[in-house]
Design a protein around this ligand. Structure first.
Ligand code: ADP
Length: 191
């Protein structure tokens, strides 16, 4: 099963992705986590993207698409994957369509996490206090949400045409969101 999670920053995609991974044994593919791991290891990629992440801007498409291409070729992704944080703009969505058709591994379901910005901002500021993520500052949060609305949210229409789109009420507690996701996944599973 191949799953795509779409939704703004702070909507809970990462939290739900981990649950899906545990329950269904799929690879959790998060571009943000991959970039943060590269930064922590001080690799050339990490050094290049560190200031971009800190600002809340998007990493250039060639780097991001190249990273995704390599990641989806890894062994653990062959059993199925959860994409979290990719694609984030039209060029990435187009590259993903091509890549998945090359690999003959189409998406089974696309979840759209629906939630208001003020709730997301509140969650990110709380996370900043708990985890100290460098891009959870008010400035970077503003940049990230603005990019989400201008570049990423329009992808919902692209995926709506595939008939795979499922809306999720993300402004609720973790267990309630999980229940909604799980019942949608059970339907895909038996279909
Ligand atoms: P959030 O969604 O809360 O911003 P992520 O962990 O998904 O958190 O992403 C963190 C940062 O990593 C983004 O602000 C961006 O700089 C970079 N990034 C992640 N995914 C992509 C992508 N698909 N394209 C470009 N940059 C990305």
């Amino acid at each position: 099963m191949n799953i795509l999670l779409l939704g703004p920053q702070g909507s809970g995609k990462g939290t739900q992705a981990k649950r899906i991974r545990e329950e269904y044994g799929l690879a959790h593919v998060s571009t943000g986590d991959m970039f943060r791991a590269a930064i922590a290891r001080r690799t050339p990629l990490g050094l290049e993207v560190e200031p971009i992440l800190a600002r809340g801007a998007l990493v250039p498409d060639p780097l991001t698409i190249g990273l995704m291409r390599e990641r989806l070729a890894e062994e653990d992704a062959t059993a199925g994957f959860i994409l979290d944080g990719f694609p984030r703009n039209a060029a990435q969505a187009e590259a993903l369509d091509e890549l998945l058709s090359e690999l003959a591994r189409p998406l089974d379901v696309v979840f759209e996490f629906q939630i208001a910005d003020d709730v997301c901002i509140e969650r990110m500021l709380k996370r900043a206090r708990a985890e100290g993520r460098p891009d959870d500052t008010p400035e970077a949060i503003g940049t990230r949400l603005a990019i989400y609305h201008s570049e990423t949210a329009p992808l919902v229409e692209h995926y709506r045409t595939t008939g795979k789109l499922v809306g999720v009420h993300a402004d609720r507690e973790i267990g309630a969101v999980w229940a909604e996701i799980q019942s949608a996944l059970e339907q895909v599973h038996v279909a």
